[in-house]
Each structure stands twice: as C-alpha cells, then as structure tokens.
Design a protein around this ligand. Structure first.
Ligand code: HEC
Length: 129
C-alpha cells in the first residue's frame, strides 16, 4: 500500500514537473513579444526601452535602479507576483494608467501564464532559481 502510494506520488510529481517545464518553454516563445524592450538572463540590463525583468517575482514595481520609470509605475505600489502580473499583462494601461509601456497586452490567458512560468525562473542575478 505504502509502496503504491509512493509510486503514485512520484508519478504525480513527474507529471507536474513536466507540465511546468512545458509552460516555461512555451513562455520563452511568448517572451519574443517583450524582447524588443525587455531583457532577462545572466548579464541582462535595462535599456532605454524597458527595465530588466530579472528577479521579477517578489519585486516592487518601479524599483530597478537607473531605469527612468513613469510616475504612475513608481507610485503603483504593486509587487510582482503571479496574480498581479497576469492582471497587468492582459492590459497594462488598465492596471497602470499612463504607463510608458506601449504594449496592447496579452489577452490569451494560457500564453500569459506560460510567460509568467518563464519569467519567474530568473533570480535577481539573472541565474535560474
Ligand atoms: C515597446 C516596449 C515594451 C514592450 C514590447 C513591453 N514592455 Fe514592459 N515595459 C516597458 C516600459 C517602458 C516599462 C516601464 C513602464 C513605466 O515606467 O511606466 C515596462 C514595464 C514593465 C513591467 C513593470 C516592471 C517594473 O519594474 O515595475 C513589467 C512586469 C513588464 N513591463 C513586462 C512586460 C512583458 C512581460 C512584456 C511582453 C509581453 C512587455 N513588458 C512588453 C516597455 C515594453
């Protein structure tokens, strides 16, 4: 009985792991829509077009040093987590009026979730967590 349970648990873990890997993989593709303005990964830096997105999970909005944010973004007092990100990315201007981010949003919830799975992997130093 215990053995059967252990096998079932291992299988469930394997399936979950696989699903997460696929999500992040798909999210890497979705990130192409962001890459003209944002960078992630080791050595990634903010550019004039957008703040670096490393360490996004748990980061306060408008907190990347040296990036010239809009007043609205800085004042938003958002902290980036899954729910906040998904709400923002479907329509950035609705969440942060007058944002400098000129992007219509990602309406497809599956794509947005994949994108979060991809982005949350990067720690503040750009290494995979
Ligand atoms: C045309 C350029 C552009 C594109 C494309 C773009 N962004 Fe942005 N993004 C910006 C700018 C500029 C800001 C800063 C906004 C401000 O200061 O109001 C920003 C801000 C953000 C923030 C808030 C960061 C912080 O530190 O508070 C997140 C999260 C974000 N973008 C994610 C994305 C994602 C994910 C995509 C792709 C789906 C994307 N952006 C596409 C330019 C862009």
């Amino acid at each position: 009985m215990t053995r059967t349970l252990a096998i079932a648990a291992a299988m469930a873990a394997a399936v979950t792991g696989l699903a997460q890997a696929q999500d992040a993989g798909a999210g890497k593709d979705v990130f192409k829509k962001c890459a003209s303005c944002h960078a992630v990964g080791e050595g990634a830096k903010s550019t004039i077009s957008g703040p670096v997105l490393n360490g996004l999970e748990g980061r306060k909005a408008g907190s990347v040093k040296g990036f010239d944010y809009s007043a609205q973004n800085k004042k938003s007092s958002l902290t980036w987590d899954r729910a906040t990100f998904l709400d923002y990315i479907k329509d950035p201007k609705a969440k942060i009026p007058d944002t400098y981010m000129v992007f219509p949003g990602i309406k497809n919830e599956g794509e947005a979730a994949d994108l979060w799975a991809y982005l949350r992997q990067f720690g503040p130093d750009g290494k995979m967590k």
